[in-house]
Design a protein around this ligand. Structure first.
Ligand code: DOR
Ligand code: ZN
Ligand code: ZN
Length: 431
């Protein structure tokens, strides 16, 4: 496809939050022109009247499971799920089999995505420590050169402050962000599966306290201080963690944080019973934590939204809650969930939501995508804000059907996704 004309779409002016109608002409994978009533030849013309046209969504925290856990997800199915959810760029975590802890492992993911991916850009995150076992550091210079976006031992916290400090020093030298799953295992009891709060007490389940997270956040902020490293907090969930990040930002520290859609929309009070579909790490916390997260997302303490898309097989998720694995899928429901439950409820404006799923994650990690402008790369998502559908995991492209949002009626579904001017997803109902 050389040229494409998108007619009559609704664009967002992020300075004012206003919506306006415009045409967008794409050429050779770039946005050539944005304007009223663009004429001229194009190889393909799409009429997008009443549809929203936004920069392609960016999710910097997902689990693709390949290599090694192909029964849960593959690069093919995971990228299809991403495109279906309106995402043009994703970053995948290294807790595969083997763990992505070598330059060859990073190159292998990039190569698999070239061959088997559906066109979504995949940015591999490599491990901080070998096999993410928390002791020997990885070859960060080599990982960076191979194309790693950052390093993370996501799935587990780095337990030793000595190892974390050394990791930060090494990562700073090659300017790789350290992306932290914050969890102090000394505060965990065996079988801990939900937030250590009202729900855990009522159901007599072992809980994961908020401080298990915030102790690591506080520790890491201290350790990072004189290294100059870019320190990023994964899936922030506790108000106490937020307080620490807010204070560090006020002091000018190089720290960023992400929050998941489920921590913004659900809290422990919404868990119907001991159901593994509501089990994720960190867990759904108190309503006070949830309110603090929304506030933090609004005021910039939290930089952006990432799904932590964590597919598991139905068989594993059928286990008893203490035994089932942590994690829920997120790619195919994130935008409509957040639009319906944060924008339509008046918590965030549409422009604020879109920025937190596009330009802000790009800015936090220095990526060139996430904006819709003339001369920019034509990564675009078209959303039907009026479309109302019920979440049905059987329709997911992801192999993971593990969502607590089954049956929820949502508005604002992505209908077309373009990466560098190429359509990588198109809703079959569009015809
Ligand atoms: O819920 C989660 N699932 N949290 C994690 O930290 C890991 C992830 C996974 O890999 O399933
Ligand atoms: Zn994690
Ligand atoms: Zn994760």
């Amino acid at each position: 496809m050389k040229t494409m004309l998108l007619k009559n779409g609704q664009l967002l002016d992020f300075a004012t939050g206003a919506r306006y109608t415009a045409d967008v002409r794409l050429r050779e994978g770039k946005v050539e022109r944005i304007g009223g009533d663009l004429l001229g030849e194009a190889d393909e013309v799409l009429d997008l009247a009443d549809k929203l046209v936004i920069p392609g969504l960016i999710d910097l925290h997902i689990h693709l499971r390949e290599p090694g856990w192909e029964e849960k997800e593959t690069i093919a199915t995971g990228t299809q799920a991403a495109a279906r959810g309106g995402y043009t760029t994703v970053a995948c975590m290294p807790n595969t089999r083997p763990v992505t802890d070598t330059p060859a492992g990073v190159r292998r993911i990039l190569q698999m995505n070239e061959r088997q991916g559906c066109g979504v850009r995949v940015l591999p995150i490599a491990a901080i420590t070998q096999a993410s076992s928390g002791s020997e550091l990885t070859d960060m210079a080599g990982l960076k050169e191979a194309g790693a976006l950052a390093v993370s031992d996501d799935g587990v916290g780095v337990q030793s402050p000595r190892v974390m400090k050394a990791a930060m020093r090494r990562a700073a030298l090659v300017d790789l962000p350290v992306v932290a799953h914050c969890e102090e295992e000394d505060l965990l009891v065996p079988g801990a599966c939900v937030h250590d709060g009202d729900f855990a007490r009522r159901h007599d389940l072992p809980g994961i306290p908020g401080e298990a997270e915030s102790i690591h956040v506080g520790r890491d902020l201290l350790l990072a201080e004189d290294t100059g490293v870019h320190y990023h907090v994964c899936h922030i969930s506790a108000e106490s963690s937020l307080r620490l990040v807010r204070e560090a930002k006020a002091r000018g520290q190089r720290v960023t944080a992400e929050v998941t859609p489920h921590h913004l929309i659900l809290c422990e009070e919404d868990i119907p019973g001991p159901d593994p579909l509501f089990k994720m790490n960190p867990p759904l916390r108190s309503s006070q934590d949830r309110e603090a997260l929304i506030q933090g997302l609004k005021d910039g303490t939290i930089d952006f939204i990432a799904t932590d898309h964590a597919p598991h097989t139905a068989e594993e998720k059928r286990k008893e809650i203490r035994e089932a694995p942590f994690g829920i899928v997120g790619l195919e429901t994130a935008f409509p969930l957040l639009y319906t439950h944060l924008v339509l409820t008046g918590e965030l404006t549409l422009a604020q939501l879109v920025e937190r799923m596009t330009r802000f994650p790009a800015r936090a990690f220095g990526l060139p995508w996430g904006v819709l402008k003339e001369g920019g790369i034509a990564d675009l998502t078209v959303v039907d804000l009026a479309a109302e559908r019920v979440v049905n995991p059987q329709e997911f492209a992801s192999k993971g059907k593990n969502t607590p949002f089954i049956g929820w009626k949502l508005k604002g579904w992505p209908v077309i996704t373009l990466r560098a001017g190429e359509i990588i997803y198109r809703d079959p109902e569009l015809g």
